[in-house]
Design a protein around this ligand. Structure first.
Ligand code: HEC
Length: 192
C-alpha cells in the first residue's frame, strides 16, 4: 500500500468508527407529562429496542419489522399511539405500569412474548416507545389510571379444589371409566 492509499484507508476507518458510534439522540425528548426523557435513556432505549423489539415492531415502530409479515395479530404500530391494554379509559395513552406489564408478562396467545429484560433496559425501552407517536406530546391524550379491583378468585381457587377433594372418591371412578370404554376400539393413539 502506498503512503497516500494507506492515509485514505485510515481516514475511511476513522469516519466509519465515528459514524457507528454516533448516537441517535443528542437532545432530551419533551413529553406532555412528567420530565423530558434524557439523552442517555433515549439512546439506551433505542439500542435495547433494536435488540429485543425491532424484529417485530420495526425500526420506526410501525409494526413492520422483518419477521412481522405473516404475524396474526400483527405487531402493534406504535406510531399510531393506540393501545389495547392501557389501564386507562379506552382510546387514551397507557400508563407506564400497563406498558411494563405488557412487556413483562407478554400477551397470551399472540407472538408478543413475555420479556425478561433488566429493569433499567425495560424502562428505557418504554421511554423510547414514546418517541414514535406525537400523541405523547399532547396532555389531552393521557388517560387517568383505572383502579383494578383485586381478583375475587385468587384465594378461593385453592379452597374449591380442597373442598372438591373431600367429596370426591376416585375409587368408583376408575372402574366406571373402564366399563364405559370397554367396547371402544383400541387404537395406537389412545392406548389404555
Ligand atoms: C415476536 C414478535 C414480537 C416481539 C419481538 C415483540 N413484540 Fe410487542 N407485540 C407483538 C404483537 C404480535 C403484538 C400485538 C398483540 C395484540 O394485538 O394483542 C404486540 C403488542 C405490543 C404492545 C401493545 C400492547 C397494547 O396495549 O396494545 C406493546 C406495548 C409491545 N408489543 C411492546 C413490545 C416491546 C417493548 C418489545 C421488545 C421488548 C416487543 N413488544 C417485542 C409482537 C412482538
Amino acid at each position: 500500500m502506498t503512503a497516500t492509499r494507506s492515509w485514505a484507508w485510515w481516514t475511511w476507518v476513522a469516519v466509519a468508527a465515528v459514524g457507528c458510534s454516533q448516537k441517535k439522540f443528542s437532545e432530551p425528548y419533551k413529553l406532555a407529562s412528567g420530565q423530558p426523557i434524557d439523552v442517555q435513556t433515549l439512546n439506551d432505549g433505542h439500542d435495547a429496542y433494536m435488540l429485543y423489539c425491532y424484529g417485530c415492531h420495526g425500526e420506526k415502530g410501525d409494526g413492520s419489522g422483518p419477521s412481522s409479515a405473516t404475524m396474526r395479530p400483527p405487531p402493534r404500530n406504535f406510531s399510531r399511539g393506540l393501545f389495547k391494554f392501557a389501564g386507562v379509559e379506552a382510546g387514551k395513552l397507557p400508563t407506564d405500569e400497563a406498558l411494563e406489564r405488557t412487556v413483562r408478562r407478554g400477551l397470551n396467545g399472540t407472538p408478543m412474548l413475555p420479556w425478561d429484560i433488566p429493569d433499567v433496559e425495560r424502562k428505557a425501552i418504554i421511554a423510547y416507545l414514546k418517541t414514535f407517536s406525537p400523541r405523547w406530546q399532547s396532555a389531552d391524550e393521557y388517560g387517568t389510571p383505572i383502579e383494578i379491583s383485586p381478583d375475587p378468585w385468587k384465594e378461593k381457587r385453592h379452597r374449591r379444589f380442597s373442598g372438591a377433594k373431600k367429596f370426591t372418591t376416585w375409587r368408583w371412578a376408575a372402574p366406571a371409566a373402564r366399563v364405559a370404554t370397554r367396547d371402544m376400539p383400541r387404537t395406537k393413539r389412545y392406548p389404555r
